[in-house]
Structure formats: structure tokens, C-alpha cells
Ligand binder design. Structure first.
Ligand SMILES: [Zn+2]
Length: 437
């Protein structure tokens, strides 16, 4: 989606959230800034290899299995867990020394598991994922069978009986098994990570809640396989839009994954600057997902520079109009009188600035009780420059409570800017004198 102009953005706000649009004054001099928020779910599986080494005096059954490994054409030979258990149950035989060269070879070959090539092993899967439990693999180059060095493979050694006669005895080292076997193996360990994160490469919008982005994400995302290095498959096929985020994701999931599945969604946001009509504060707003389902988020982070430049009288009127906007049904003619008199009080002591005019106009436009035409007519009075638009009817309220409230407001407004201007005093005195209620 290309960059939106402030005009286009205003139109989106107006159409999708008219109430919000009417309650704020968007600063059209500030161009919208675009932020692409990327919500990512990553599901990864990595395989770690922990090598084990056993040596023991082995019987015929274990020897047969070990021979099958040694005679295999594969680098790594899948073995049963039962075989490992049998090997562990066999009489231990320390191979320090005579299997030393094999141990050195093992350390070099395995290199912490990094040298295991996935083309050489088949991992167990469940659906399209790796199973938690995996078969052990023997490392052929590190398996071996030798004759027992103590009995030279006979299983028997010479000893003496109680009477001092030389007799043949079971070899105490190999327990008569004759052979010493060495088994090196690893069990692939599957490490799984499931993470979700929201990233924005253009920086962060201060105080913008990321929950607003999440609300625009499909509920049941289906992750897509973008990386696979298992069972002879080599695939790395990342969507272009996702590529800039991969390194950031891998800071959390780790490198060298066997599988990487991703779900991602880019939610475009545009910021704008607006002034709150009631408080006059400058604040930041965000249009989330303008092209599909626009949502307007008004956030803090404002400054009150403009309100400080506004006259206190204009601030008071703006606030009062804002409070009328949400009030219950009231006498419409009296309401119009009130608005006309308050506008007159504001313009009575001098020029109304553009900022004040804009703020008051928006406050008037937001008064639901009035028709659009009535609102526009009242707003136009702000440009009059003096109080001559008032006529005698403006002072003849239907209801005394409405008149008293208006009078109180006018006095408040007149007092707000320090000295009461004589034009303001005249208006107040004229309303006080009206008694045809
Ligand atoms: Zn022996």
C-alpha cells in the first residue's frame, strides 16, 4: 500500500468513525507517518545431538548387533533403545587407554553434533513435525569389538585353587565373555520454540498499545513451512515480506533450526496529529489497517502548546460546547440563544484566532441536538468579528433556568481573561435586564 495523504486519511477517519472525527481537529499541516507492524508467530524445531559412549564385556547377542553396526554402509546407524539398554546392563569394562584413539576420533567427528548431516539420518515425525522421542543412532566409526586384553579372548585365565593347584578360571575382566565392545551413539533431542512477537522496523509509536495490532490478526492462523532441513529435505523459502524480520526472530528461536514455520501478518498504521476539542491538547492518533478495516486509536503523548495560546474565554466556551454535545434533550431555541450569546461574548473582546475558531467550530459541529444546517450557521458567526449579529430575540429565553445558566457562563467567560471588556459587560447587562420570561 502506498503512502496515504493527510486528506485521504481524514476521509478514512470521517467515514469509519464519524463520532471520533467530529470530536477532534486533525492538524492537516502534518503529513501522516506510515508504520508497518509485523505480527509474527514462529514455530521452530531444532535437533541437538548428545553423544554417549559405552564399553563393556559383551555376550554373543550384543556382539551380533554390534557387528551389524560395524558392517553397515552408513555413517550413523539407527539402533533400538533395547540394544542400548542391553549394552548398559553388560559388565562395564574401562577402555581408558586402549580405546583412546577411538575416543579422540569421536570427539573430532561429532564436534558437538554440528557435523551430523541430516541427510545421513532419518528423524521420526508426527504429522509435519518432529516427534519428541527419537531413535538413537550409533556412530559406526566409533564402534568396535576387541578381544579381552586380560584373557586374550579365551575367557579363561590361570589361577590356583585352595590346594595350590593351577586351574583354569573365568576371566575376571570380561567375566568369560571374551570380547570387549565399544558403542558410541547419540539420541537426537528435539528442542521446540513457539514464539509470537510484533515488530515494527520504522520504530515505535509512543504509548500505542500493541493489542490494537493483535485485534487485526486472524484468529486461527495457519503457519507456513519456510525452512526445513530434515530427512534429506533442504528448503529455505521465506516470503519476501518476512525476510527483514528473520534475524530478529532467530534472536529468540535460535539459529540452525531443522524446521521453521511462520504465520505473519503486516498491519499498516498511519499516525496523525489532532487537537482535542474539549481540552485543546495536541495528541497523536493512529489509523490501524486503513485499507481493510480501519480502526482509529487516539493515544496520549500530546502537548498543550495550542491550548496555552488560546484565550481562556475560548477554552471555557469550547469546554461548554463539548459538554452540551453529550447532554440530554433540551429546549432547542434556548440552546441556540445560549450558543449565539456565548459566541458573542468570545468575539466581544477582540479577534478570535484561527485556532480558537477551528476548535469552537468543531465543538459546535458535535452538538447532536442541532441539525447540520443549524450547526453550520452558528459556526459561521465566529467569523463575524463583532456582536452585531445578535438581535433582541436572542435575549428572550423560554426558560429562566436556561437564561440563568447562560448568564453565569457569560460572566465566567468575561472574567476569564482578566479585565471585563466593556462590550462583554454590555451583553451581560442586557441579558440581566430581560425579564419577559
Ligand atoms: Zn577376558
Amino acid at each position: 500500500m502506498e503512502q496515504l495523504t493527510i486528506g485521504a486519511l481524514c476521509e478514512i477517519i470521517r467515514q469509519s468513525a464519524p463520532k471520533i472525527y467530529n470530536s477532534i481537529s486533525i492538524d492537516t499541516a502534518i503529513a501522516p507517518k506510515k508504520y508497518n507492524y509485523c505480527y509474527i508467530e514462529a514455530h521452530t524445531q531444532r535437533v541437538e545431538f548428545k553423544t554417549e559412549r559405552r564399553s563393556a564385556a559383551i555376550d554373543d547377542s550384543i556382539a551380533t548387533n554390534l557387528h551389524a553396526i560395524i558392517d553397515s554402509n552408513d555413517t550413523y546407524v539407527r539402533i533400538d533403545k533395547d540394544f542400548v539398554d542391553d549394552f548398559n546392563a553388560a559388565p562395564k569394562f574401562s577402555t581408558e587407554g586402549f580405546f583412546a584413539s577411538t575416543k579422540k576420533k569421536m570427539d573430532e567427528l561429532m564436534n558437538g553434533g554440528r557435523s551430523v548431516d541430516h541427510h545421513d539420518i532419518t528423524l521420526d515425525t508426527e504429522g509435519d513435525k518432529l516427534s519428541k522421542r527419537q531413535f538413537p543412532y550409533a556412530i559406526k566409526a566409533e564402534c568396535g569389538i576387541v578381544d579381552c586384553p586380560n584373557c586374550k579372548g579365551s575367557g579363561l585365565v590361570e589361577g590356583t585353587d585352595d590346594q595350590g593347584n593351577t586351574v583354569s578360571q573365568l576371566c575376571p575382566e570380561c567375566k568369560g565373555n571374551k570380547r570387549i565392545g565399544s558403542l558410541s551413539y547419540f539420541v537426537p533431542k528435539v528442542v521446540e520454540k513457539n514464539i509470537s512477537l510484533t515488530l515494527c522496523l520504522e520504530g515505535e509509536i509512543d504509548d500505542f498499545p500493541l493489542s490494537a495490532i493483535k485485534a487485526h490478526i486472524d484468529e486461527r492462523p495457519v503457519a507456513k513451512r519456510m525452512l526445513a532441513h530434515i530427512n534429506g529435505i533442504d528448503k529455505e523459502d521465506f516470503d519476501d515480506a518476512l525476510v527483514p524480520y528473520i534475524d530478529i526472530v532467530r534472536d529468540k528461536t535460535g539459529e540452525d533450526n531443522a524446521i521453521e514455520d511462520y504465520y505473519y501478518r503486516i498491519v499498516t498504521c498511519y499516525t496523525f496529529t489532532y487537537r482535542n476539542i474539549i481540552t485543546g491538547e495536541l495528541k497523536k492518533g493512529v489509523v490501524v489497517n486503513p485499507s481493510q478495516s480501519p480502526e482509529i486509536v487516539l493515544i496520549g503523548n500530546g502537548s498543550s502548546k495550542i491550548i496555552n495560546r488560546m484565550k481562556d474565554s475560548a477554552k471555557l466556551v469550547s469546554r461548554f460546547f463539548g459538554s452540551i454535545a453529550g447532554s440530554a434533550q433540551r429546549d432547542k431555541d434556548d440552546l441556540k440563544r445560549t450558543i449565539r450569546l456565548l459566541i458573542a461574548t468570545v468575539v466581544a473582546d477582540g479577534i478570535v484566532s484561527e485556532e480558537e475558531k477551528q476548535s469552537l467550530t468543531l465543538a459546535i459541529r458535535n452538538i447532536d441536538i442541532l441539525t447540520g444546517k443549524e450547526r453550520e450557521e452558528l459556526a459561521e458567526l465566529l467569523s463575524e468579528g463583532d456582536t452585531t449579529f445578535l438581535n433582541d430575540d436572542d435575549f428572550k429565553f423560554h426558560n429562566v433556568a436556561n437564561r440563568d445558566e447562560t448568564l453565569a457562563r457569560m460572566q465566567e467567560i468575561a472574567n476569564s481573561d482578566g479585565l471585563v471588556h466593556e462590550n462583554e459587560r454590555d451583553l451581560i447587562e442586557k441579558l440581566k435586564l430581560e425579564s419577559n420570561v
